[in-house]
Design a protein around this ligand. Structure first.
Ligand code: HEC
Length: 168
């Protein structure tokens, strides 16, 4: 009865490359499916490493060293981005900017990435008692769209200026 269900006719050796030859009953067509186990393990790992996520998803605009392209409107994060954690809306802003919010990364990956970026590019500006971002926090903040990004940033910069903190 199960005419169209594939039947596994051969499995490859256990050398990291597994191949399955599947014969489709109806057409007698053969499909060879190879899974390169070693590579897929490495790819899965890359997605969970914040330094790699930064290189893949952010560095194209923000540069490897976080210096951005200020003349083209991409702010430098170096010695700067940590200041945002002194304001609740600043903390939310780092999640809600389009580059972060619309990245293909999961909320847990975004949390790890922001924590990594802050330590990497702006450790000296971080408040001592700053709590790290969590996946749950990213889930909550990411769902709230920034209506007017430049105005939101200006308001945060003004709020921090009132605390004597200069954001570039
Ligand atoms: C296509 C270019 C581009 C990519 C890719 C990108 N960004 Fe951005 N980012 C910008 C621009 C431009 C701004 C300035 C605000 C705006 O216009 O969106 C910005 C602003 C920011 C800010 C606020 C900095 C400040 O001082 O206001 C953060 C934080 C940020 N991006 C994080 C990220 C992260 C994290 C990623 C990767 C997951 C990322 N961005 C990917 C272009 C990009």
């Amino acid at each position: 009865m199960a005419k169209n269900s594939g039947a596994v006719v051969r499995a490859g050796p256990n050398d990291g490359i597994g191949c399955l030859a599947v014969r489709t009953a109806g057409t007698a067509a053969r499909v060879l499916v190879c899974v390169i186990a070693a590579l897929s393990v490495r790819a899965a790992h890359a997605g969970t490493d914040p330094a790699t996520d930064y290189l893949l998803h952010c560095a194209g605009c923000h540069q490897r060293d976080g210096s951005g392209l200020p003349r083209s409107g991409i702010p430098s994060m170096v010695g700067n981005v940590g200041h945002f954690l002194r304001s609740a809306s600043g903390r939310a802003f780092l999640v809600q900017v389009p580059g972060t919010a619309h990245s293909p990364l999961s909320d847990a990956q975004v949390a790890a990435l922001l924590n990594w970026m802050l330590a990497r590019f702006s450790a000296a500006q971080l408040p001592r008692d700053a709590a790290p971002y969590t996946a749950a926090e990213v889930t909550r903040l990411r769902g709230i769209a920034l209506r007017d990004l430049p105005a939101a940033r200006r308001a945060i910069v003004a709020e921090l200026a009132a605390q004597g903190i200069v954001v570039r």
